[in-house]
Design a protein around this ligand. Structure first.
Ligand SMILES: O=c1ccn([C@@H]2O[C@H](COP(=O)(O)O)[C@@H](O)[C@H]2O)c(=O)[nH]1
Length: 238
């Protein structure tokens, strides 16, 4: 993937399909995949995928972050297989059996990505959730443990923060790494805690970057996009 555009994923984090499709038409020349997540899918369902496909040849990443018992996860993955999407996310926290059943149920080229620790969480959040002891001295170790489970259960890739992607890519080079929490020097962090620039994330081993608000909320979204693509290009060349 030498074309920076192929590495960029734009999340369609909108409630209204009309608004999402406006952005699909606007950004199609610049991105490799569109991500449909909980906001749009909850409102519009599979119709959102069909309509995006009518307007763009970019791939579709269905980011439903499934977190349930193995039987339910298997059913959800089977349902997703017919939608013609490239990637589907499952929380690694669902556990070994759920991940195994997701992988087993994926057909027709659908790739299962394990979500490690959300980029919006920091150590204090994890402590409050009961993750304590030695692991939390280094959050990277906890993410590593999650990633190892994803690997041993046969997941195709990981969703991880730009902070931990280096160690994960070095340890599991065969796993696809999809990295949200991307921020330009000038963009606000919003609700993201573990962030890095596009340049840093690619240098650390990210295969794909998910970038939403730094583009969507920029004064000039195309200009922001071009600067992100340049950053990716520079990282690929350095
Ligand atoms: O750990 C995670 C997993 C998924 N996401 C998703 O990525 C985008 C990020 O959007 P920004 O506007 O660039 O913050 C969003 O759709 C999240 O659901 C994540 O941020 N962190």
């Amino acid at each position: 993937m030498n074309d920076p555009k192929e590495r960029l994923i734009f999340p369609l984090d909108f409630q209204e399909l009309k608004e999402a499709l406006f952005w699909v038409e606007r950004l199609s020349p610049y991105v490799g995949l569109f991500k449909i997540g909980l906001e749009l899918f909850t409102k519009e369902g599979p119709r959102a995928i069909e309509e995006v496909k009518k307007r763009s040849t970019a791939g579709i990443f269905l980011d439903l972050k499934l977190n349930d018992i193995p039987n339910t996860i298997a059913g959800a993955v089977r349902s997703a297989c017919s939608l013609g999407v490239s990637f589907l996310t499952v929380h690694i926290l669902s556990g070994r059996k759920a991940l195994e059943s997701a992988v087993k149920s994926a057909e027709g080229g659908l790739k299962i990505l394990g979500v490690t620790i959300l980029t919006s969480l920091d150590k204090a959040d994890l402590l409050e959730l009961g993750f304590n002891g030695e692991l939390l001295f280094n959050l990277e170790d906890l993410v590593f443990k999650f990633a190892l489970l994803a690997k041993t259960t046969g997941c195709d890739g990981l969703v991880t923060s730009p902070r931990e992607v280096k160690i994960l890519k070095e340890s599991f080079p065969q796993l696809i790494t999809i990295v949200p929490g991307i921020r330009l020097e000038s963009s606000p962090k919003d609700d993201q805690q573990r962030t890095a620039t596009p340049y840093e994330a690619i240098r650390r081993g990210a295969d794909y970057l998910v970038v939403g608000r730094p583009i969507r909320e920029a004064k000039d979204p195309e200009k922001a996009l071009e600067s992100i693509l340049k950053d990716i290009q520079r990282a690929l060349q350095d």
